[in-house]
Design a protein around this ligand. Structure first.
Ligand SMILES: [Zn+2]
Length: 312
């Protein structure tokens, strides 16, 4: 009988522990992010108080992501949605948000964060904007996370939003942000030293993904394989670009992993330039699993190509 009571108490204790750990798990905020970069930055600040999952994969073109039904379910259960903003995701995310029927994550809702709000935005358009211009960047350049300074600003916005949603963990998020900021400052010194010999280096890129990256590391992007953002290459534009590259001795073409290499390779043959497939996002190649690795990987790739081509 005594053994029986002990066994019952033991089982009750196990059940209670299970309930408690279940409660602790339930306390984690469910965060869905539009892209892997926003997931990486949210994870830096949120630590083990958040479950973070990106919708787009790092090797996909973030303008044109195939909307899966599972995305709606993920958004339905989210406490927070972190979007890149500046209309990067306008082609796929808004209908998913509507269909999620989750009031929290609707734009303007308490669980919606537009990561571009405090970021340094380049390529701000002037004058009348029309879709006829074929431009997928009507509200300034949406690839702004490629400047570490903007990574810091995004992390800060994430910290403020997580604190708003989970006040009890305010000190935790604040400490995580401070630690991220410190590590980023260290890394920036390393990256700036690596790129210091190549200030003003002229490059070409396929899409207009790199203005913030170029701004941060002193590159000069003189032209694009796309005639306009989102518009495929045309023979006339390619010819003009090749002439500019030859005139300015441009030896490097950056290509995002999701574009066809046919035109870039032709440009490489005609001009002798190195075609460099460079991921603009965490997860663009499998070894890049966090925000720091993205810059480590890309900058090392770039420096190798500079050395190989003798480009200056
Ligand atoms: Zn773009």
């Amino acid at each position: 009988m005594k053994n029986m009571q002990a066994a019952v108490r033991f089982i009750a204790a196990i059940l209670l522990l299970g309930l408690l750990s279940g409660a602790a798990q339930a306390k984690k905020l469910n965060v869905i992010t539009a892209t892997t970069d926003m997931a990486a930055l949210t994870q830096e600040v949120g630590g083990d108080k958040v479950n973070v999952e990106p919708l787009a994969r790092g090797y996909q073109d973030p303008h044109f992501v195939e909307a899966k039904p599972s995305f709606i379910l993920k958004l339905h259960g989210a406490d927070l949605l972190v979007a890149v903003g500046r209309e990067l995701e306008i082609g796929w995310l808004p209908p998913l948000i509507t269909q999620s029927r989750n009031a929290k994550v609707q734009p303007g809702g308490p669980g919606y964060l537009d990561a571009s709000q405090n970021a340094k935005i380049l390529d701000m358009p002037t004058g009348q904007i029309t879709r006829a211009m074929g431009d997928v960047h009507p509200q300034g350049n949406p690839h702004f996370w490629l400047d570490p300074g903007n990574g810091r600003r995004i992390a800060q916005a994430v910290q403020a939003k997580l604190t708003e949603l989970d006040k009890a963990d305010a000190a935790y998020f604040s400490q995580r942000y401070a630690d991220f900021d410190r590590r980023l400052t260290e890394a920036e010194k390393r990256w700036q030293a690596l790129m210091a010999p190549y200030k003003g280096l002229k490059v070409v890129s396929y899409h207009r993904s790199w203005p913030n990256f170029a701004d941060a590391f002193g590159l000069d992007v003189i032209g694009y394989v796309e005639p306009k953002p989102g518009i495929p290459p045309s023979p006339a534009h390619t010819l003009e670009l090749e002439q500019q590259m030859k005139a300015q001795n441009v030896k490097i073409v950056l290509v995002e992993p999701y574009f066809d290499l046919k035109t870039p390779n032709a440009i490489g043959r005609d001009t002798g330039a190195e075609i460099l497939v460079m991921p603009p996002s965490v997860g663009g190649v499998k070894e890049v699993t966090d925000y720091f690795q993205l810059f480590d990987y890309d900058l090392n790739l770039l420096v190798s190509a500079i050395k190989k081509t003798g480009a200056r």
